[in-house]
Design a protein around this ligand. Structure first.
Ligand SMILES: *[C@@H]1O[C@H](CO)[C@@H](O)[C@H](O)[C@H]1NC(C)=O
Ligand SMILES: *[C@@H]1O[C@H](CO)[C@@H](O)[C@H](O)[C@H]1NC(C)=O
Ligand SMILES: *[C@@H]1O[C@H](CO)[C@@H](O)[C@H](O)[C@H]1NC(C)=O
Ligand SMILES: *[C@@H]1O[C@H](CO)[C@@H](O)[C@H](O)[C@H]1NC(C)=O
Ligand SMILES: *[C@@H]1O[C@H](CO)[C@@H](O)[C@H](O)[C@H]1NC(C)=O
Ligand SMILES: *[C@@H]1O[C@H](CO)[C@@H](O)[C@H](O)[C@H]1NC(C)=O
Ligand SMILES: *[C@@H]1O[C@H](CO)[C@@H](O)[C@H](O)[C@H]1NC(C)=O
Length: 512
């Protein structure tokens, strides 16, 4: 308790001197690493908040492959908390994929840079190649990231992006980062407007969260529903005794612990609640399947339900780690070690209770305010943040469209004449877009790159989700809501030893 109170209290004091120090951005440009499309620019390096590399964010920025001066700026953040955004860059939505040789790359035709300028930042400090003070909460992380972005926009190389539409995209634990950061940036914009704070406004126009972990109560409960009947797949758990035991454990142990946590409970009560719910409810209901992807059983074999070439691209999943370690100096990255997810960051956020506290009200406030277009999309083979639970979150959260949302029918999501998922759109404001993507696990774009890029383009361009004419979704239109006109789990798939597999849950279960 004492260190927490101290760090929260000390934060404003510590931030003040930052402005007095010169802050700077240092980078390598056009390295030819990853993005090899001719004439497409890239920059990677550090956003240094004190010019001494004490508090410093690693970033990698890619211009859009098409009309970069007309395109918005999208910030991608992986979750964890503590996971590197390089997961997104190399596995989900970036310009390249690492080949099986782990030494070369191929262009990703489904890179989101076909539609937007993309900025990847490792945050909070400690994640990926970023280093600095020990951040413990979502709110602290918001403040430092805001400073980082201010520093980045202040650099001549990037100032032109300050007045673009700003899109924030994250996943998994990003269900916390996304809404908390959006609210904080909004409050800073107000202070800038009234002269209390110096800086450029960061008007987030769109917020995208993939396979979000929004609310432990609703979503842990949904783990049971989903294990019994995961729509589109065979049941995960059929043992009626086990199901009954787990329902009892939810009602008698997990739910009360979460209630205590979310009813003003202490940090340790929240941390304990996460552990209880994971061990007593999630683990038994995940059965012998990969929590990231129910199609994978513990022997590492894909079930017969998998028959899709996109999935195999995942063989490159961890290849990027070697590639990135080998090339880190070329892209300006430093640091002795590089891990997908930093256990220290994760432990600090667990210790602060933030992983047990619900982010449902943070999301509801943003949706209800109606100034930011929100899309939640979910790969439907994920168990960690299953789509039934995310749908339930939107139906139950406190916003004026919740009944309309709950009652609306899912519509067919089409791509190349195939049904690749379903969606619901409640037109706003306040409104929301919800998308279920078939045959995709926790890090949805990694499994269905083409669908993800297509849905991303439809959403950011303000096109109808049912639009199948690509010529109608190609051009970016500023958000209707910006009046002025201006995110996982890093668990490797296919872990093929049940003991190691289960043990790894205990350590990593709340990652991403
Ligand atoms: C940065 O770290 C160094 C070494 O720990 C320390 O001497 C220095 O005061 C720090 N600078 C700031 C601005 O915190
Ligand atoms: C993305 O852009 C690249 C380079 O301009 C192009 O080759 C590729 O076909 C585009 N991808 C799609 C899906 O249109
Ligand atoms: C859990 O889900 C069941 C079935 O949907 C529901 O009846 C019950 O009220 C839920 N419990 C809590 C605490 O949300
Ligand atoms: C079903 O679950 C119960 C409770 O965990 C367990 O004791 C029993 O062995 C299981 N039955 C089978 C067939 O696995
Ligand atoms: C995976 O499944 C195939 C075909 O069913 C089988 O031949 C193979 O032995 C299995 N591999 C493992 C590791 O169980
Ligand atoms: C962002 O919002 C602020 C406050 O509403 C406004 O003054 C500013 O012009 C906006 N900037 C852009 C680039 O939209
Ligand atoms: C499975 O993993 C555990 C823990 O890493 C190890 O002790 C055990 O030997 C492994 N078993 C097999 C069959 O590989």
């Amino acid at each position: 308790m004492v260190p927490h109170a101290l760090s929260t209290f000390a934060l404003p004091l510590l931030l003040l001197p930052l402005a007095a120090f010169s802050q700077s951005v240092s980078f390598k440009k056009d390295t030819g690493i990853c993005e090899t499309t001719p004439n497409v620019r890239q920059f990677s390096g550090y956003i240094d908040l004190d010019n001494q590399k004490n508090d410093t964010f690693f970033f990698w920025f890619f211009e859009s492959r098409d009309e970069p001066d007309q395109k918005p700026l999208t910030l991608w953040l992986n979750g964890g908390p503590g996971c590197t955004s390089m997961i997104g860059l190399f596995e989900e939505n970036g310009p390249c994929l690492v080949n099986d040789d782990k030494e070369s790359t191929s262009l990703n035709p489904y890179s989101w840079t076909n539609h937007t300028n993309m900025l990847y930042i490792d945050q909070p400090f400690g994640a990926g190649f970023s280093a600095g003070r020990k951040v413990r909460t979502n709110k602290e992380a918001a403040k430092y990231l805001w400073h980082g972005l201010q520093t980045w926009f202040a650099d001549d190389a990037f100032s032109k992006y300050a007045n673009r539409d700003f899109i924030l995209a994250s996943e998994s634990y990003g269900a916390h980062f996304g809404p908390v950061f959006t609210s904080y940036f909004k409050s800073q914009n107000k202070k800038i407007a009234s002269g209390k704070v110096k800086g450029v406004p960061i008007n987030i126009s769109k917020l995208i969260i993939g396979n979000g972990k929004h609310d432990p109560m609703i979503q842990t409960n949904a783990t049971i529903t989903f294990a019994i009947d995961p729509p589109g797949y065979d049941p995960i758990v059929t043992n009626k005794t086990l199901i009954q035991e787990t329902e009892d454990a939810f009602e008698k142990e997990c739910a009360p612990a979460l209630s205590k946590c979310n009813d003003g409970g202490s940090d340790s009560e929240c941390n304990d609640a996460v552990k209880i719910c994971t061990r007593r409810v999630q683990l038994p209901m995940w059965g012998n399947r990969d929590p990231n992807d129910l199609r994978i059983t513990d022997d590492g074999n894909k079930t017969s339900e998998i028959n899709d070439e996109d999935y195999d691209e995942q063989s490159a999943a961890t290849h990027y780690l070697k590639f990135l370690r080998d090339n880190k100096h070329k892209v300006g990255a430093e640091g002795k070690s590089f891990d997908q997810c930093d256990s220290g960051v994760h432990a600090r956020f667990s210790g602060s209770g933030d992983t047990g506290r619900s982010a449902i009200n943070d999301l509801a406030e943003i949706v209800e305010a109606g100034e930011v277009d929100v899309m939640l999309w979910v790969g439907d083979a994920d168990q960690k943040a299953n789509w039934v639970g995310v749908h339930e979150v939107v139906s139950q959260m406190a916003w004026s469209g919740n009944h309309a949302f709950a009652d609306a029918q899912m519509e067919s999501l089409k791509l190349d004449d195939q049904e690749v998922g379903q969606y619901k759109v409640i037109d706003g404001p306040p409104g929301i877009t919800f998308v279920r993507v078939y045959q995709a696990g926790h890090q949805m774009p990694q499994y269905q790159r083409k669908t993800a890029a297509t849905v991303f383009a439809r959403f950011i361009n303000g096109a109808d989700m049912g639009e199948t004419d690509s010529s109608k979704v190609g051009k970016f239109r500023p958000s209707r809501n910006v009046a002025s006109g201006a995110a996982n789990s890093a668990l490797p798939a296919g872990t093929n030893n049940l003991t190691a597999f289960v043990a790894s849950f205990i350590v990593l279960l709340t990652f991403v």
